[in-house]
Design a protein around this ligand. Structure first.
Ligand SMILES: Cc1ncc(COP(=O)(O)O)c(C=O)c1O
Length: 321
């Protein structure tokens, strides 16, 4: 099984770093949508699966279970299909329909939580379901991206290593946050190579990760309704919030001005890069980079749908992550 997993290694990482035209900045986009299952989450999924198989936590009869309705579930489900082992995704009623459809193709089973918990979202009920599955199923494994130190480690050794390899200088980087794995691993490693580089964590308005008040978040992928444990080791200098209108505008600008059809958090990170105060850095010709976690296809029903954008204010909230 380990040999089979290792065959996927060449399909994960070494993603392109694309230079974008900008009047004042040297601006780079790290395009993580070019990974095996289409997102940055292939990196932690691979590292977690590799360790679990190597240490016999996962064997041919194991069922992998995870609470994720987005890219992490898609990454795990794709790998489990390849390995011919079972993967159950625990999603909820706020899941993006395109993601749900994809997960129903890829997963052994999809459990959809309909009952909101005491926070108004479904995340706590999803975690409760995972805990009960762990008791019910004879041989189950929960990667638990929010607490697993291998999540940031995958970015420390992968994403960040590539950024350090591909750039000669970096003054500021913009990283959207959900589980916190990428901002934690990347900030730890990049600051070793470029000690003056600032880490800007990009969060969605309505996310509680950095202590702001919760409100509905219509765009999936970025933000969270809890503060993830893996973030404790992150080296974050600033937090920039972006709202859904900024995200939609930035995604369209990436598409129309740069020919990049990307997901919501990529637009969020780009929006943060555009509104950042570079004068405060005190450097000549700043070099900035932002991480683009996935591609635009699964956002055709929302970000790239004019009707959805028109009724954004009244759209049913998403409490996905
Ligand atoms: C589209 C998208 N952007 C950003 C992130 C944030 O990544 P992390 O979980 O490493 O904080 C995720 C995580 O699932 C994501 O799906």
């Amino acid at each position: 099984m380990l040999n089979k997993l290792h065959q996927l290694k060449s399909l994960i990482g070494n993603t392109p770093m694309m230079k974008l035209d900008h009047p004042r900045l040297e601006l780079y986009a790290k395009l993580e949508g070019y990974n095996y299952s289409g997102s940055i989450k292939d990196r932690p999924a691979y590292v977690i699966m590799e360790e679990a198989i190597r240490t016999n936590k996962v064997g041919p009869d194991t069922t992998i279970i995870e609470s994720s309705s987005g890219n992490f579930a898609i990454a795990l489900a794709s790998m489990c299909k390849n390995l011919d082992i079972k993967f159950i995704a625990v999603i909820d009623k706020f899941t993006n329909p395109a993601n749900e459809a994809l997960l129903r193709v890829l997963c052994h089973d999809v459990i959809k939580i309909m009952e909101p918990d005491e926070t108004g979202g479904c995340l706590l009920n999803r975690i409760r379901k995972i805990r009960s599955l762990l008791i019910e199923l004879p041989d189950a494994f929960w990667p638990n991206q929010y607490e697993n130190p291998l999540n940031p480690k995958a970015h420390y050794e992968g994403t960040a290593m590539e950024i350090c390899r591909d750039l000669e200088r970096l003054d500021v980087m913009f990283i959207a946050v959900s589980s916190g794995g990428s901002v934690t691993g990347v900030s730890q490693r990049v600051k070793k190579e470029f000690p003056n580089c600032r880490t800007v964590a990009v969060d969605a308005e309505g996310s509680v990760i950095f202590g702001a008040a919760p409100r509905p978040r219509p765009i999936p992928g970025m933000g969270s309704s809890m503060r993830p444990k893996v973030l404790e080791a992150a080296k974050i200098d600033e937090v920039v919030y972006v709202n859904e209108h900024e995200v939609v505008n930035a995604c369209n600008e990436l598409l129309n001005d740069h020919g990049l059809f990307l997901g919501g958090s990529s637009g969020g990170a780009y929006a943060a890069a555009l509104k950042y105060d570079y004068d405060a850095l005190g450097v000549e010709n700043p070099v900035a980079a932002f991480i683009c976690a996935d591609m635009g296809k699964v956002y055709l029903d929302n970000i790239y749908n004019a009707d959805w954008v028109a009724q954004l204010a009244s759209y049913e909230p998403n409490y996905n992550n």
